[in-house]
Write a protein that binds this ligand. Structure first.
Ligand code: FAD
Length: 374
């Protein structure tokens, strides 16, 4: 294998996963990003690894990609924890999706039929079967679906571990924005410095359209899709020390709205998320937070007793067909790894493996070939 000098633009989960895999494969890697491992959609996300509950009608090709991504997670998690010497909170307990009213139940049954038509592992549950799996569920629910193969990781622990593994593996960091990409390839930084690697991987998420010099690169449109998300934690003070509210991920349909609650090992819970086409706007709006909390407490009433620790909004990087683009661009030496929309945490190991293969001129699987930017 030829050792090449690769600069990665972006320090989210995609950039860092690519950096770590490339370094493990003998390349000389630098990450160029203003705040690697501490910003972007990756920092805000919930960390679900959910190929089944993310399956949407008419997106069977994307589901196949998500399943391929999920298959890599056990090996990736073990190798990363070993390399970083840190836990990433990888949890394989599984997921339950519940319905609040009769119409939500009918929608879930349609979804279940679709999931089963794709051969996905999902089982219809009565309300009492759901409550046996998750005692904190409201007694008024109309049952749900058990999905044992949808897992989760603590996305912030994941980013920290990726950063540590990169540093142990010799990856360099340049904490700056890239303002333009030129032929060569060349990276022009915000402070005017110019870098000249052999190859560039563009993993800048929703920052991609703001990088100059890429007009002839044949890039897809990447738009931001806003998501509000809330973090709550166990109470401190006289009510401290209670058992965790949840130990497995709960997703719900509440009068037609989707909501999820993802528990962490420390007893905190991530509640998400809205899906809003509002452009490049991360303002946290009271109405969105109110709606998310109302929907979440309708299915898990005990949420009321937890302390609110964070409200945030992030921008998912989405392409017109909601599918990522991974592969060489029309600019020589410049590769793309963007557009992971709702599933960038899930798809990080698969994307990183694909980037290593493409750089080494090795054949990639058809699911990856189909993601070529051209
Ligand atoms: C509310 C919410 C919940 C989510 N939940 C999940 C989930 O449960 N499971 C899941 O799989 N996915 C989830 N996602 C989606 C997931 O977070 C994204 O798909 C993923 O984080 C995209 O990673 P990324 O590295 O491409 O982009 P980002 O994480 O946005 O990172 C982009 C990076 O590029 C850098 N950058 C931008 N412009 C430049 C520039 N000019 N120069 C240098 N660097 C630049 C940024 O600073 C940042 O470091 C969620 C997203 C949101 C918003």
């Amino acid at each position: 294998m030829v050792r090449s000098c690769v600069h990665i633009v972006g320090g989210g989960v995609i950039g860092l996963a690519c950096a770590w895999e490339l370094s493990r494969n003998g390349h000389d890697v630098t990450v160029v990003a203003p705040s690697p491992g501490r910003d972007g959609a990756s920092w805000v996300a919930a960390g679900m690894l959910a190929p089944v509950t993310e399956a949407q009608f008419g997106e069977s090709a994307l589901t196949a990609l998500l399943l391929a991504g999920a298959r890599l997670w056990p090996g990736f998690a073990a190798a990363l924890e070993e390399a970083a010497q840190e836990s990433i909170g990888y949890d394989t307990t599984g997921t339950v999706t519940v319905a609040l009213d009769a119409s939500d139940r009918a929608s879930l049954d349609d979804l279940l039929a679709y999931q089963q038509s794709l051969g996905l592992e999902a089982t219809r549950c009565s309300a009492s079967e759901c409550r046996a799996l998750v005692p904190a569920l409201s007694p008024t629910l109309r049952g749900g679906i058990e999905v044992p193969g949808d897992h989760q990781v603590d996305n912030r622990a994941l980013l920290t571990a990726l950063g540590a593994a990169c540093r142990h593996g010799g990856v360099a960091f340049v904490e700056s924005s890239v303002s333009a990409v030129g032929a060569g390839p060349e990276l022009v930084l915000a402070d005017g410095r110019r870098l000249h690697p052999d190859h560039v991987v563009l993993a800048a998420g929703t920052g991609l359209p703001f990088i100059g010099g890429l007009e002839g690169a044949g890039l897809p449109e990447v738009r931001p899709v806003k998501g509000h998300i809330i973090r709550v934690r166990p109470p401190s003070g006289p009510h401290a020390g209670a058992a965790p509210l949840l130990t497995r991920t709960v997703r719900g349909l509440v009068h037609g709205h989707s909501v999820y609650l993802v528990p962490r090992r420390d007893g905190s819970v991530v509640v998400g998320a809205t899906v809003e086409e509002r452009g490049d706007d991360t303002a946290v709006l009271a109405g969105a937070v109110h709606e998310l909390l109302c929907d979440a407490r309708a299915i898990v009433p005990g949420l009321d007793e937890l302390e609110l620790s964070e409200v945030a909004a992030g921008l998912r990087p989405a392409t017109p067909d909601n599918t990522p683009r991974i592969g060489w661009t029309a600019l020589e030496g410049v590769m793309l790894a963007v557009g992971h929309f709702r599933n960038g945490i899930l798809l990080a190991p698969l994307t990183a493996a694909a980037v290593v293969d493409l750089l080494g001129e090795r054949p990639v699987a058809p699911v990856i070939e189909a993601l070529a930017p051209a």
